[in-house]
Design a protein. Structure first.
Length: 104
C-alpha cells in the first residue's frame, strides 16, 4: 500500500513539475517575457534619448536665432550682406580612381 501512495505522489510531482516548466504560463514563458521586457526597456531608453535631443533642437529653433541661421546657411546657402559665397565642386572620379583632369 505504501508503494502505491509513493508512486501516486511521485506521478503528481512529475505532472506539477512538467506544468511548471513547460505548461502555459510556465518558466519558459516567464523567461521569454523577461527578455522581451528587457529589449523593450532598451528601445524605450533609446527613444527617450532621441526625444530629448529633438526637444532640445525644437527649443533651440524656437528661442535662438543661431540654429535657424546655421540651418539656412548649410541647407539653403544663405549669406549675410558683405559675405562672398564660394562653392567648391569636386571633379568626378572615373572607375580607375583618378579624376578627369583637363589640365596636363
Amino acid at each position: 500500500m505504501l508503494r502505491w501512495v509513493i508512486l501516486v505522489l511521485l506521478l503528481l510531482l512529475v505532472a506539477l513539475q512538467y506544468r511548471l516548466w513547460f505548461g502555459e504560463g510556465g518558466m519558459r514563458q516567464v523567461w521569454q517575457l523577461e527578455r522581451d521586457v528587457g529589449e523593450q526597456q532598451e528601445e524605450n531608453s533609446r527613444l527617450a534619448a532621441r526625444n530629448a535631443q529633438l526637444a532640445t533642437e525644437v527649443e533651440d529653433l524656437k528661442e535662438g536665432r543661431e540654429a535657424v541661421e546655421e540651418r539656412a546657411r548649410v541647407e539653403l546657402g544663405m549669406t549675410k550682406p558683405g559675405e562672398i559665397y564660394y562653392q567648391v565642386i569636386e571633379p568626378p572620379v572615373d572607375a580607375a580612381g583618378s579624376a578627369d583632369d583637363p589640365l596636363p
